[in-house]
Design a protein around this ligand. Structure first.
Ligand code: FES
Length: 137
């Protein structure tokens, strides 16, 4: 697999997302409290854009009439038919046993490593004081 620099961490603040194209593949990068996760921007149900989906959380219940709202901001809802996916794992909440949004490995690399390492050809401009988001495809 090849590593691709797709953005600086400053471009995607916590709670935000960015759609990028890596090796011809559209990937949406999410920032959840400083941790970055990437999903293929194609819903496994019928191809909707997860980059355009509402980000929400989970409602859990231990018994009728009792519920809690948790994991706020960690679930994306496909805009086409409302299927929901765990941003951290790509797991579907509609058919959790057999459907997942395709996931990509995301790492954060120090800007100095990018300037000194093999990623320079992948970037247009590099600021060494920032961290960059790297997608491995
Ligand atoms: S295409 Fe995403 S829920 Fe149908």
């Amino acid at each position: 697999m090849k590593k691709h620099v797709v953005a600086s961490t400053a471009e995607i603040p916590p709670g935000a997302r960015k759609l990028v194209t890596v090796a011809g593949r559209p990937i949406v990068i999410f920032n959840l409290d400083g941790n970055f996760f990437g999903l293929f921007n194609r819903c496994p149900h019928n191809g909707g854009s997860l980059a355009d989906g509402i980000v929400t959380g989970l409602v859990r219940s231990t018994e009728p009439g009792t519920y809690t709202y948790c994991r706020r901001g960690e679930v994306v809802r496909c805009p086409w038919h409302g299927w929901e996916f765990d941003i951290r794992t790509g797991q579907s909440f509609c058919r959790p046993g057999d459907l997942k949004a395709r996931q990509f490995n995301i790492e954060v690399a120090d800007g100095r490593d990018i300037v000194e390492g093999p990623y320079v050809a992948e970037t247009v401009s590099v600021r060494t004081e920032d961290n960059y988001i790297v997608v491995e495809v």
